[in-house]
Design a protein around this ligand. Sequence first.
Ligand code: R5P
Length: 283
Amino acid sequence: MLIVPSSSSLKLAKSVAKISGSTLSDVERKRFPDGEMYVRILSETLNMDVAVLGNTRTDSDILEMLLLLNAAREGGAKRVIAVIPYFGYARQHMRYKDGEPVSSKVITQALNNSSDEIICVEIHDEQTLSFSSKPFRNLSAERSMTDHFMNHVPDYVLSPDDGGYDRAKKLAESIGTRAAYIFKKRIDPKTVEMKLPDIDFSGKTILLVDDIISTGGTIIKAIKLLRQAGASRISVAAVHGVFARDSDRMISSEVDELAVCDTIDGPYSTISVAGTIAGSLER
Ligand code: R5P
């Protein structure tokens, strides 16, 4: 198999290629004088299975993915797989107000145009999978999280809301500890109320785990509550570290450990999903 990296996922693509014994292609990238993007896959794609690996986080990421998928298709690839470690725009998976688009449908259908299959990691809402006319696999980061935390097991794995409790519970079970969740109520788009469960957290070690840290608002609020309740050690983990507005620096200064998966590359992406992606490509 040939792995073609988008510029959003160079490190992860290299690891996936190494683990799966695949060839990692070089890609030429430049901007035309008018600002338009140019990409070129510098490996033979004719009759190859080609996996193009990259995120759909920024507008430029999306365009690069679409151009690389099309380059593989036009180059006569036998099979083209879109591997999207962090599927951006997945939060707009329905029309909340009249006049809005269903953004995750737009992205999925655009990916469908030049690929035979989509693979992503822990998409924000599985509704997006139903928009695809091609096979669409949503991989779990549980194995990677378990490997990372099995040697420093906290007293509790805590989800910042009930929606993430399943993830916290599965992780707690695999590393041999207890799970709970914080009660979170959204008052309006900018305000949420959070309340700790009825547990004595004093002197306890806690691992807060979420699917995504975006602005960091949810996690920072949870950290404050746990500090007030006397928690002795707080670690924070998430699958996707978007970290808008430099929230990674703010969070890391408040906790004992901050670790996110390498679905988005960054200084805190110390949990690798490369093995999970490589395993899925082999299958
Ligand atoms: C909510 O449903 C998600 O699981 C995350 O808790 C949320 O998206 C995190 O966003 P932020 O970091 O902006 O609070």
